[in-house]
Design a protein around this ligand. Structure first.
Ligand SMILES: NC(=O)c1ccc[n+]([C@@H]2O[C@H](COP(=O)([O-])OP(=O)(O)OC[C@H]3O[C@@H](n4cnc5c(N)ncnc54)[C@H](OP(=O)(O)O)[C@@H]3O)[C@@H](O)[C@H]2O)c1
Length: 325
């Protein structure tokens, strides 16, 4: 029997259990994928803790993987057995040796993109793509702020924003992370655990402030992120690493200069197959051009997913992390 990491209840990393599960059979429109590598993402923590609700328990968490198609169900046209594929998509179920998934959620991998790179980049990289090119189209010469700049999404965003011609300000939790962010295109790393990032943004922009702030930290940074914006600026609140943003008074958007606020998700931006394929192709192109390097800085056995979660929540990871079945 194949194995998967399942949760039977919400809680700390200890609820992640390595168990035997039945071999799934692909239904109509589905493919059976044998994972070569699985991506670790912060959203996995939200599903483990119960901040985001899975459809039911027990369940297999995880939203990203790369591997080989072993079989397809009736009506599948997008892929065939033997294809090298990757995905970043709902529903959860990636922390498994084998899984079924809708074939229209899979993209075929170019020969020069390995499984580990693919598992490390699909979710974080397509997120960087839609945030920088579609939620707000970053233009050459603009200065932008990216929180958690040395993280998985952060390192990809810093490099991609540089390629788009932006000046990048990034927040990071330590001096070591500041060096990593700087080496990946972050012009002005700010160690926000000791520096006031609003004051630093004011200094760096000589008081002009920013057209856009990308905030995935959530509760700890949300209000201060609004203070980094120029009038009519956009706050892109796209994650909750420090906890969910509490309800707030929209009058603040008026008081701080007719600001815009959005709370986007990759699921919406890749819901149509053509958008998914275009996003993946844009990602493959920046990676193959060398403009964006995918840094797989941590590797864990899939059965040790609990250890990987401890490292991620403990802010001990940089760049991307993969889990190996
Ligand atoms: N909406 C979407 O479409 C979408 C898609 C992908 C990811 N996301 C979000 O993007 C964020 C980054 O995801 P990722 O997988 O690449 O993770 P990551 O950035 O590699 O890890 C999270 C980082 O957040 C920072 N952080 C700040 N306060 C924290 C706290 N109290 N606890 C833990 N970490 C804290 C840490 O960096 P420092 O030590 O440098 O502060 C940590 O390394 C997450 O919030 C995720 O939910 C959203």
């Amino acid at each position: 029997m194949p194995h998967a990491i399942r949760i039977h209840e919400h809680g700390g990393p200890e609820v992640l259990r390595w168990e035997e599960v039945p071999t799934p059979a692909p239904g109509p429109g589905e493919a059976l994928v044998r994972h070569a590598a699985v991506g670790l993402n912060y959203i996995d923590v939200y599903f483990r803790t119960g901040l985001y609700k899975p459809p039911g328990l027990p369940c297999v968490i995880g939203m990203e993987g790369a591997g080989t198609v072993e079989a397809v169900g009736p009506g599948v046209t997008e892929v065939a057995p033997g294809d090298r594929v990757a995905y970043a998509s709902a529903p959860i179920g990636a922390y498994a040796e084998l899984r079924t998934i809708k074939a229209d959620r899979l993209v075929k991998l170019p020969d020069d993109i390995g499984f580990e790179t693919a598992a490390a980049m699909m979710l974080q990289g397509m997120t960087a793509e839609y945030l920088l090119r579609r939620t707000y189209a970053v233009k050459p010469g603009q200065t932008i702020l990216i929180h958690a700049a040395a993280g998985g999404v952060g390192l990809i965003m810093c490099q991609w924003a540089k390629q788009l011609g932006a000046t990048v300000i990034g927040t990071v939790g330590s001096d070591a992370k500041a060096e990593i962010a700087r080496a990946h295109g972050c012009d002005h790393p700010i160690v926000y655990t000791r520096e006031d990032f609003v004051a630093r943004v004011k200094e760096i922009t000589e008081g002009r402030m920013l057209p856009v702030v990308y905030d995935s930290v959530g509760r700890e940074t949300f209000l201060k992120s609004l203070d980094c914006l120029a009038p009519l600026g956009l706050l892109v609140s796209f994650g909750n690493a420090s906890g969910a943003v509490p309800p707030f008074d929209i009058g603040l958007l008026a008081a701080k200069g007719s600001l815009f606020l959005t709370r986007p998700t990759l699921v919406t931006y890749t819901a149509k197959r053509e958008d998914l394929v275009a996003s993946a192709e844009a990602l493959f192109a920046v990676v193959r051009s060398g403009a964006v390097k995918i840094e797989v800085n941590q590797r864990f056995a899939l059965k040790d997913a609990a250890e990987a979660h401890r490292a991620l929540e403990g802010r001990r990871t940089t760049g991307s992390t993969i889990l190996l079945p």
